[in-house]
Design a protein around this ligand. Structure first.
Ligand SMILES: Cc1ncc(COP(=O)(O)O)c(C=O)c1O
Length: 475
């Protein structure tokens, strides 16, 4: 055995203790760690060592060279994108998942599959999804959308009497796929599936909203004259967290032939709150559903769930037959259901956090985050410096900056956010909503409390006072 490997093996307890201390230090100070790095261009690339450094020296080098660039994206004031943190129990599960290093691919090779099945069952209870749904873990909502649309593609072809997994995409005419405000990952999935980004047909939204106009959707479906298609419904759009009326889309399914996919990457979590579950009424009518775990479940990257009522079609798409992988059974191994063959035990962090905090714990996180989004919205409504671009429905506040007569440009927003994020205490990301450049604050972290909103508000206003002078100078 290599001498460094041997030494590390003999001292694994000391090494892990050091790592634990570093990790604990990070967690203890997370509120003081910057949410945005000063610069990521300060690293001189290092060469591969001939002899290796051993674990302890490698940890030291890592801490010296890269640690200052590690940001508090898992902290309480990181409002960019839709970013969850990691609950203590999720971290426990994640550490063990790496330690055990199980290949969660077969049903009977270890207890890995039982853990995944149980985590999926707990999640179905959390989201109020009926038993008929099966589910699998994938790496993120983009992959969950990919799997859902792959099953949808298989369903449409099946309706035409073709097994597209065998015959290929060229064996049928282009599949019609429609949505009102799809997430960019839906278009990416269409590209990966050979269905083409350009083949997404856009259905109008209700006036002033991002939710689909049901009448326009019905008119589109009617003129297809029975041709099967895919409808992508959105349960939580990124800018305004708007929800398509899933119940009404479910009703349309009784009259028209379509595969009903719901992208509820973070909006799906509305279902675990008594206050907000109405927003996703009808989600159970879907053929497939995407929900992210590394967003509002607050487990570490990379983790999401894909639920479906069509496991047989899923099997047709993703089966990976080989003698060494064993026979296909009635309950196929996960290797036959998802894009990955070998898989990390990513169900374990989810299982830990669900067991540790239960239904009440998640309802509390969701509702607290939403209350805080309301608090920030109220501050914006009362402020002269900022203006809401939309009603705050759930956990995302979409707003812009007021510069008097000066019309805000995307460049202004970028420059302004640069100032805000450089402060280091809070982090926001840009957007454009209905033509107006703006800012999104997505509150999705279990740690976030009222004091964090107060600090973020101070950061925004401080940056405003600095930036407004630049704007005045421009005009
Ligand atoms: C509605 C929606 N769908 C899909 C995604 C893609 O998620 P991921 O980054 O986990 O692939 C996101 C990410 O923000 C999202 O908000």
């Amino acid at each position: 055995m290599d001498k460094n490997l041997k030494n590390d093996l003999e001292n694994i307890d000391i090494l892990l203790e050091k790592v634990k201390n570093n990790a604990f230090d990070f967690l203890k100070n997370i509120n003081d760690i910057v949410a945005f790095p000063e610069s990521t261009n300060v690293y001189t690339p290092s060469e591969l060592n001939k002899n290796g450094l051993g674990g302890e020296n490698t940890l030291e080098e890592f801490m010296q060279r890269f640690y200052k660039g590690i940001v508090s994206s898992a902290g309480s004031k990181y409002f960019g994108f839709v970013t969850g943190g990691t609950t203590p129990a999720a971290l426990m599960g994640d550490w063990l998942a790496s330690t055990f290093d199980q290949n969660a691919t077969g049903r009977d090779d270890s207890s890995a599959a039982r853990i995944e099945e149980e985590a999926i069952s707990l999640l179905k209870q959390l989201f109020g999804l009926p038993e008929i749904f099966s589910g699998t873990f994938v790496t993120g909502a983009t992959m969950a959308n990919f799997v859902g649309l792959a099953i949808g593609r298989q369903w449409v072809a099946d309706e035409l009497g073709i097994d597209i997994s065998l015959e290929g995409i060229y064996s049928i005419p282009p599949i019609k796929i429609v949505s009102a405000t799809p997430h960019s990952s839906i278009l990416k999935a269409l590209s990966m599936l050979g269905m083409g980004r350009k083949n997404m047909h856009s259905i109008p939204t209700i006036d002033g909203r991002e939710a689909v106009d049901i009448e326009a959707l019905e008119n589109y479906l009617k003129q297809l004259n029975g041709e099967p298609c895919i409808v992508v419904a959105n349960a939580g759009t990124v800018n305004t967290v708007d929800f398509d009326d899933l119940k009404q889309i479910g009703e349309l399914k009784k009259k028209y032939k379509f595969f009903f996919h719901v992208d509820g990457a973070f909006g799906g979590f509305a279902s675990c709150s008594t206050k907000y579950k109405k927003l996703v009424e009808g989600m159970e009518e879907a053929d497939s559903i995407t929900i992210d775990a590394h967003k509002w479940l607050n487990v570490p990257y990379d983790s999401a769930m894909q639920f479906t009522k069509h496991p047989k079609l899923q099997l047709q798409v993703f089966q990976n037959n080989a003698v060494y992988l064993g026979e296909l059974s009635d309950k196929p191994d996960f290797v036959h259901l998802v894009p990955e063959n070998s898989r990390r035990l990513r169900a374990l962090p989810a299982w830990f956090t669900l067991k540790a905090y239960g239904q009440d714990g998640y309802e509390e996180i969701i509702e607290r985050n939403c209350d805080l989004a309301q608090l920030l919205s109220e501050k914006i409504e009362k402020s002269k410096n900022f203006r809401l671009l939309s009603t705050t429905r759930l956990n995302v506040v979409c707003f812009t900056v007021n510069f008097g007569e000066h019309k805000v440009t995307l460049e202004n927003i970028q420059q302004f956010l640069n100032l805000v994020n450089k402060d280091g205490r809070a982090f926001f990301t840009q957007t454009i909503y209905k033509g107006t450049p703006g800012i999104r604050a997505a509150i999705s972290n279990w740690r976030t409390e009222e004091k964090d909103i107060e600090i973020a508000w101070e950061v925004l206003n401080k940056a405003y006072n600095i930036y407004v002078k630049t704007i005045i100078a421009i005009d």
